[in-house]
Design a protein around this ligand. Structure first.
Ligand code: ZN
Length: 302
């Protein structure tokens, strides 16, 4: 089980415990009224015997006990609703796990929401709905609109997409990061696993891993169905680390048919010079890769 699932199940457990505890406290208070206590115990007994041997008589007894209990509660000013644990999910009764041991859909939804929230926290909050590039008077309006449409299609068809890898190049501020953020959010909404990272923080993770001082595994980069690396070329090149690990990650992902999107301010030949042809060929192989070039104005000054 991953960390996020752990956190969510833990939160659900705490929340359920708190609600059950509150009901217990309310019950103790209510039982101070002896009439209600008697009526409640009688009602619960009637409920049980009606469950074990259901017949006309047991049902009648239960109905009477219920009426009596309600009357006692009313008289004593007790809110019967406050004596029942209310579940948010009727499927798993807020345990988060179904009888067969798998995660309930309420947990899966929570995981999705959590990831979208985390993405927002990191500033990756752009969505396809927010895209207004077509109506902006900038050089790249038409081209970028087309790319947005294409990437929206990519998300819709995922994982049956036209290409496995995308290399998106273009100058500073042309709109690459917003496009990637929209892709990441759309994929998270679909419940896909995505790691949206910058080349800078990925490179730092590589170095930590190499020096055994931080992360113990490169799985954050190999496991997600989609890895998005923003701004390749902005990071420092560490000898025996940056290029070597990047190659391993890309190679591993391609072998496992996992999707990767890379953006860069550098053009293709600059990337080749910096990362060697081994890497650029992985990202531009005709049979599974698509190179998108966004040439235009800096949107941040518009
Ligand atoms: Zn549930």
């Amino acid at each position: 089980m991953d960390k996020i699932t752990d956190i969510i199940l833990g939160e659900m457990q705490n929340d359920l415990f708190a609600r059950k505890n509150l009901v217990r406290i309310n019950m103790e208070k209510a039982y101070k009224n002896t009439d209600f206590k008697k009526a409640d115990i009688a009602y619960r007994e009637a409920l049980l015997s009606n469950m074990t041997s259901k017949n006309e008589e047991s049902q009648k007894k239960l109905d009477n006990a219920q009426k009596k209990r309600a009357a006692c509660a009313k008289k004593a000013g007790i809110d019967l609703e406050s004596l029942e644990v209310k579940y948010n999910c009727s499927l798993c009764k807020d345990k988060g796990i179904k009888k067969d041991g798998s995660l309930c859909k309420c947990v899966l939804q929570k995981i999705k929401n959590y990831k979208i929230k985390e993405n927002k926290k990191q500033g990756f909050d752009f969505t396809f709905e927010m895209n207004k590039i077509a109506s902006m008077k900038v050089k790249q309006s038409a081209a970028l609109s087309k790319i947005y449409k294409h990437m929206e299609g990519f998300c819709k068809r995922f994982p049956e997409t036209d290409f496995l890898n995308y290399l998106i190049v273009g100058g500073v501020g042309v709109g690459k990061s917003c496009l990637l953020s929209a892709v990441a959010n759309e994929m998270l909404k679909k419940g896909r696993s995505v790691n949206f990272t910058t080349a800078f923080s990925m490179n730092k993770a590589f170095l930590d891993y190499h020096l055994s001082s931080g992360i113990r595994s490169l799985s954050p980069f190999t496991e997600p169905e989609l890895l998005i690396i923003d701004d390749l070329g902005s990071e420092q090149i560490f000898k025996n680390v940056t290029v070597e690990y990047l190659f391993c990650i890309l190679d591993d992902r391609i072998r496992n048919k996992k999707h990767t999107i890379v953006s860069s301010n550098l053009n293709f030949s600059m990337l080749e010079e910096r990362y060697t042809q081994r890497i650029t060929s992985r990202l531009s192989a005709k049979e599974n890769s698509c190179l998108l070039n966004i040439d235009g104005d800096d949107l941040r000054t518009k």
